[in-house]
Design a protein around this ligand. Structure first.
Ligand code: FAD
Ligand code: DLZ
Length: 508
């Protein structure tokens, strides 16, 4: 007779996960590859393969540690196809009705577990710095939930980059130093890559057989799939890229997919790495004089600031967050997001690398694809589902606030005080995409005009009532209002023509 089932989900592969800490010998650990999780959005094949391989290796490590693991593979004949289904099946098999879980990172699964006819206890996921109640307490009574103030609390809480009560280097935030345009040469060869072992090869065959219609290339598959490998990938980044991470954090190069980024989000979010070990490794590099403060502070801010803040917003805002649409945008996501031909070189390259790597860095997600979707008035829920599907690090708790909030302004300004929109100028300044584009970033109107230039002004015009009173946007409206009336008319009409052509399926 088994006492309890201990549920471990695909993104809970941490030895210190709450449900495991609460487990005792005699309990059975339940892990399952299920069709429901693998298909609620059409995940990138690399994302599925990464999770299945990492799950299988994690289960093997648990068995080596003496745990009794009931693992369901996707192709098992008695696989019920869902997490609740597998819990019910295992409950009957082992004669128990008690389940201990760690709270999932998506509302739909939290609710599904709550609705089960079993006694399911969901423990808080303490792999994060701020619990839901701590975030709630921080946000209570604040008119604006600015990440910067939350981040300072997290610095104090962790002691990271603190000298007594003061921030190391005399400033909380070195973002001002972190906006260099793309360098001519990159002396980092990208993230550490791993040759598939037997477990990975088996999973690759399974994913190839079952998910080959999904957007994304499965091979070559090079991700780390266990904790040891993920730690090596982290060390490789800290030694070889972190020193320049800050300087080129916002830069984009068409042939350098990773620049000086860490490419660890999929490992961190799945549980193979812990945020503390990542941040402490970065802090140590600064203490050892191997990385400058602007790089290390900028990097740590992303993890203990943005990442924690985004999670706080997702859980604070509740299950309807992914349906928010403050700007009432309703156009369909154009096929170029799924790889159809486009004349816009920046979109073509960002989508191409998303297809091959299941990865794009922050500015590509925010200022290329996200910026375009917002300017073009695409339905934010469709945009959200796209991001959730195509990136290996995507789970709603982190993806939705980044997309619905930061990128699409669909939450009406909870995450961002103004929309992240730009014309082609920003892209030209921060990347080399425009040099190879069929459009001209210098042209503001006419057939060759960069679509971002047209759509930018049309967006501001369309949402004038909402954004004109925002002091942070006054300059943009002043420029628009100063423009010659005929020119404004031409821009609006050309923007409309562009969007209509796109909606009709023309290659734009
Ligand atoms: P680096 O640039 O090297 O940064 C280091 C780490 O900081 C990342 O690994 C990540 O854990 C953290 N981080 C950085 N920015 C953010 C952020 N805005 N929110 C949360 N964590 C952050 N990140 C995800 O983990 N999953 C997502 O689904 C996701 N969707 C996004 C969608 C949009 C529209 C945007 C603009 C950003 C999104 N991000 C998401 C944030 C960010 O783009 C990725 O975390 C980052 O690109 C991962 O690559 P990296 O490990 O090389 O990160
Ligand atoms: C993303 C994902 C996929 C593709 N497949 C599985 C799976 O088969 N089994 C599982 O336990 N988890 C999977 N996951 C991760 C879950 O979707 C994730 O735990 C929830 O979305 C909550 O974050």
């Amino acid at each position: 007779m088994v006492s309890r089932l201990i549920l471990i989900l695909g993104d809970q592969l941490s030895p210190e996960i709450a449900a495991l800490k609460a487990a005792q010998k005699g309990d059975v650990i339940v892990m399952a590859e299920v069709a429901d999780e693998a298909s609620y959005v059409p995940h990138h094949p690399k994302k599925i393969a990464f999770l299945f391989a990492a799950m299988r290796k994690f289960a093997a490590a648990l068995r080596d540690d003496g745990w009794d693991v009931a693992y369901t593979e996707l192709d098992d004949t008695d696989n019920s196809g869902s997490i609740p289904g597998e819990l019910l099946r295992r409950a009957e098999q082992y004669g128990t009705s008690e389940v201990i879980a760690t709270e999932p990172g998506e509302w739909r699964l939290i609710e599904a577990l709550n609705d089960m006819p079993l006694k399911v206890r969901q423990l808080s996921d303490d792999r994060f710095l701020a619990s839901h109640s701590e975030f709630e307490a921080w946000s209570k009574g604040r008119k604006e939930l600015r990440m910067e103030y939350f981040y300072r609390e997290m610095r104090r809480k962790t002691g990271l980059l603190m000298e007594g009560d003061e921030p190391a280097g005399g400033k909380w935030n070195f973002d001002h130093d972190n906006r260099k345009p793309a360098p001519d040469e990159v002396d980092f060869g990208g993230p550490m890559q791993f040759t598939p072992d037997d477990t990975v090869n088996e999973v690759l065959e399974l994913v190839e057989a079952r998910f080959s219609d999904n957007f994304g290339e499965l091979r070559p598959f090079w991700f780390a799939t266990d904790r040891g490998q993920a730690r090596r990938a982290l060390t490789h980044f800290i030694r070889n890229a972190l020193p320049k991470f800050g300087d080129y954090q916002d830069a984009m190069l068409r042939d350098e997919r990773f620049l000086y980024h860490a490419v660890v989000s999929m490992y961190l979010n799945a549980g193979l790495l812990h945020l503390r070990e990542i941040c402490e490794a970065a802090e140590q590099a600064w203490k050892d004089g191997e990385a400058p403060i602007n790089a290390v502070e900028g990097f740590i801010r992303q993890i203990i600031g943005w990442r924690e803040y985004m999670r706080g917003i997702y859980f604070r805002e509740g299950p309807d967050y992914t349906r928010r649409n403050a700007l009432k945008h309703g156009r369909s996501l154009p096929p170029m997001f799924w790889g159809a031909e486009t004349r816009m070189h920046c979109i073509e390259k960002a989508v191409e690398q998303t297809r091959t790597e299941a990865y794009a860095h922050h500015i590509q997600r925010l200022m290329i694809t996200g910026n375009f979707a917002l300017l073009a008035g695409i339905d934010p829920h469709e945009v959200h589902e796209w991001y959730l599907a195509v990136y290996a690090d995507a789970y709603e708790w982190v993806e939705a606030p980044n997309v619905i909030g930061m990128s699409q302004f669909a939450d009406g300004g909870i995450v961002g005080s103004k929309p992240y929109v730009s014309s082609g100028n920003y892209i030209a300044k921060m990347s080399d995409y425009c040099k190879s584009c069929a459009y001209s970033v210098k042209e503001k109107t006419g057939e060759q005009a960069c679509p971002y230039n047209l759509l930018y002004w049309a967006f501001l015009d369309r949402h004038r009532d909402r954004f004109k009173p925002n002091p942070r946007m006054a300059q943009m409206y002043a420029t628009w209002d100063r423009m010659d009336a005929e020119k404004r008319k031409t821009i609006l009409s050309e923007a409309e023509t562009f969007l209509n052509r796109m909606a009709q399926g023309a290659t734009v």
